[in-house]
Design a protein around this ligand. Sequence first.
Ligand SMILES: [Zn+2]
Length: 169
Amino acid sequence: MNKLNRFQTLALRRTFPGRIRSTVLARYWHTSKKMSSESSDVKWNDALTPLQLMVLKDKATERPNTGTYLHTKESGVYHCANCDTPLYASNAKFDARCGWPAFYEEVSPGSVTYHRDSSLGSVRVEICCGKCGGHLGHVFEGEGWKQLLNLPKDTRHCVNSASLNFKRE
Ligand SMILES: [Zn+2]
């Protein structure tokens, strides 16, 4: 798979920010919040580290370029670190040079849920585990990855490594 150089990445970010926002919002504005991790019946796995709990439960973001799976290229499936639901297949992972693992789609419909997130002064689309509601990251569309890397979809699921548990296959 082709990799973007730093200049291509910067150019993409300059070119597409407005489009990302409007495209993503048009598609996901209506999605439900029923699986939100704010619901009181979520069970948090005792094995989670403090960082994992901060990300999954409190929706924190791990520092860029620090995650365990940023450069992982092995074949397998990324599961929810909290409830073990399969979330992303390794063949949907690509190098977006954004500092976090990036996937162009979830492993199957419903494995990830979409939620409007208006924190930090902008509107983004949050992605959560479809089973336990644990926070995964955010999703962005129309950034140009499909053309640049010849991907099936122009979608980037920007996911915290802390939310994931990789299992080789
Ligand atoms: Zn989960």
